[in-house]
Design a protein around this ligand. Structure first.
Ligand code: GDP
Ligand code: MG
Length: 595
């Protein structure tokens, strides 16, 4: 056990975590040149394209120093806030962390939030300044920032380039000399922390774990502590470029288990595996059920595809336990599902995966957060959909989820960012100067305010020099109203939303303006109205226009004419008929595009 080192890499997105992981795998000959492919750990197509890590992965390397062989388990973590619970469980499986900071960017919001998680778990931090090969590298300045942040000595910081390989040998040496070997007793009752799981179409569900105490043997009868389910450990092993089966895995090591688990909901990240026979008395602390926070309707573009959409969602759920869905129907869109996501990025990823992996074209409705409605009878109802709101006379009060938000920016943008946060109903908690020109601002604000256009606004007012992170903070009472949108007098349920009363007028007006842009002119006038109950608060009109795409073909070329008609028909596939109005798919997301 003294030769095990378990570590993770924490970094703000794009600071070079995946690239550095590649270099470490090469330097330890964990993979040969033939196997090599950039960012090997990001193995889902979508991850590669978006350049983000969605699921965390683990990999074992062997590293020889002074004739001594060390087993290094690298646990890769997702960098995005939507997946912060997974980051936190992965961190809990480690004793050390490489803190990567991009030399051209300096410390950013996710650097700090992930660092706090690492410090909470008492990890040994090895600071690394990456991308020193770049001309824009500000090594001295970033050194000062790191010294200030974690209180280390400047010489503890390793300058590196994951691109050229500078600093990689020093990083490996530091992992061995600075990260403590895992504690734990191989003879104690088994306690293993599940930090991730994946669905493999050949092998079923595979759970990744770190043994904190005891020894897991192949064939053992095991129990998952929090779900209470029992399994036989059919196959256990360690993770190299492939899964390598082992007879036993001892305290301190990281491995995988295949045990006939049927659905991803049986495997909860953060759960503890123990033996049935010699069960541990306590689960490993810190387990929590992750709950989706953002909800939206998903409807097949072609209503015949409803059953296909259901089976696609079921399959996606097999390897993404945080996705939830239940059937719902909409007057405007027909039959579909209300799905729950961890955040907006998660929602976007699911929509993309439905399209790429299952060839499912879906319409997504306006997303909303989950509300707690206290009724006059004293019940509490969770509402995930504006149409699920009880009648106004039955509502005592409504609570909405709140977040603690952290923004790091240059001081020159501070004023504009404060204004944005206050406009978004934020309450300033504190501000901390990280250096003379960089400042960290902390706010409490409603989650619903960042669901819409917060990221885009933050980016534009700071010219990209602001990073943002958040965590959920509880619920607070809010004055909310249901805002409806009517097209030629017909309410479009898929466009309804719940909104704070103070923002309703402004929001209704902008929504009408945006829909006017997004809905194409048709052969008659279209009235767009925003209303609260029976009261219309905004209105726009789309003037009639006869759109004849074949007009400019002089009636001559028939095949060209036909092609144009085909094209027009295809364009219509993403349209929905609402009363007599044709509404394009983008209009259902108008709310996300409002400036
Ligand atoms: P991650 O989001 O933290 O995993 O970051 P990636 O490893 O995907 O890196 C983000 C981008 O920075 C990619 O385009 C990399 O090629 C580039 N990159 C990473 N490390 C270095 C480095 O040391 N030098 C230079 N010049 N580019 C780097
Ligand atoms: Mg990455």
């Amino acid at each position: 056990m003294k030769n095990f080192r378990n570590f993770c890499i924490i970094a703000h997105i794009d600071h070079g975590k995946s690239t550095l992981a590649d270099r470490l795998l090469q330097a330890t000959h964990t993979l040969n040149e033939r196997e090599f492919q950039n960012q090997v750990l990001d193995n889902m197509d979508l991850e590669r394209e978006k350049g983000i890590t969605i699921k965390s992965h683990a990999i074992q390397m062997e590293y020889v120093q002074d004739n001594e062989t060390y087993i290094l388990n690298l646990i890769d973590t997702p960098g995005h806030v939507d997946f912060s619970y997974e980051v936190s469980r992965a961190i809990a499986a480690c004793e050390g962390a490489l803190l990567i900071v991009d030399a051209t960017q300096g410390i950013q919001a996710q650097t700090i939030s992930n660092l706090y998680l690492a410090l909470e778990h008492n990890l040994e931090i090895i600071p690394v300044i990456n991308k020193i090969d770049m001309e824009a590298a500000m090594v001295e300045e970033v050194t000062d920032q790191i010294v200030e942040l974690i209180g280390c000595k400047p010489e503890d910081i390793i300058p590196a380039s994951a691109k050229t390989g500078i600093g990689v040998p020093e990083i490996l040496e530091a992992i061995v000399s600075r990260v403590p070997a895992p504690a734990g007793d191989p003879a104690a009752p088994l306690q293993a922390l599940i930090f991730d799981s994946v669905f493999n179409s050949f092998r079923g569900i595979i759970a990744y774990f770190k043994v904190t105490n005891g020894t897991l043997r192949q064939g053992d009868k095991v129990k998952f502590f929090n779900t209470g389910r029992e399994y036989v450990a059919d196959e256990i092993g360690v993770l190299k470029m492939k899964m390598v089966p082992r007879q036993e895995i001892k305290a301190g090591d990281v491995g995988y288990i295949i045990s006939g688990i049927k659905t991803s909901s049986e495997v909860k990240v953060g759960d503890t595996i123990t033996q049935v026979a010699n069960s541990c008395s306590k689960a490993i602390a810190g387990f929590e059920d992750v709950k989706p926070m953002v909800f939206a309707g998903l409807y097949p573009v072609d209503s015949d595809d409803y059953e296909d959409l259901r089976s696609s969602l079921e399959k996606l759920q097999l390897n993404d336990a945080s996705l939830t869905f239940e059937p719902e129907s909409s007057l405007a869109l027909g039959f579909g599902f209300r799905a729950g996501f961890l955040g907006l990025l998660h929602m976007e990823i699911i929509q993309e995966r439905l399209y790429r992996e299952f060839d499912m074209d879906v319409i997504t409705t306006v997303p909303n957060v989950s509300y707690k409605v206290h009724t006059t009878k004293g019940d509490v109802v969770e509402v995930h959909n504006p149409s699920g709101l009880p009648a106004p006379t039955l509502i005592d009060f409504i609570e909405e989820p709140t977040i603690h938000a952290q923004v790091i920016t240059k001081t020159e943008y501070l004023g504009a960012i404060m204004k944005l946060c206050i406009d978004k109903r934020g309450i300033l908690r504190n501000q901390v100067f990280l250096s003379t020109d960089r400042v960290e601002v902390n706010f409490d604000m409603p989650l619903s305010e960042i669901v819409f256009d917060f990221y885009d606004k933050l980016k534009s007012i700071s010219r990209g020099y602001a990073s943002f992170d958040y965590y959920l903070n509880g619920y607070q009472q809010a004055t909310l109203v249901k805002l409806d949108i009517l097209l030629n007098g017909e309410p479009v349920d898929a466009l309804s939303c719940l909104i704070h009363r103070d923002n309703a007028y402004d929001f209704g007006r902008k929504m009408c303006e945006k829909l006017k842009e997004l809905i194409p002119r048709q052969q008659f006038d279209i009235a767009i109205q925003a209303a609260i109950g029976a009261k219309v608060i905004a209105r726009e009109t789309i003037k009639a226009l006869r759109k004849d795409v074949t007009a400019k073909c002089y009636g001559g070329d028939i095949s060209r004419k036909r092609k144009l008609l085909e094209k027009q028909k295809k364009g219509k596939k993403r349209m929905r008929q609402v009363g007599n109005v044709e509404v394009p798919q983008q209009a259902f997301l108008a709310v996300l595009k409002m400036g």
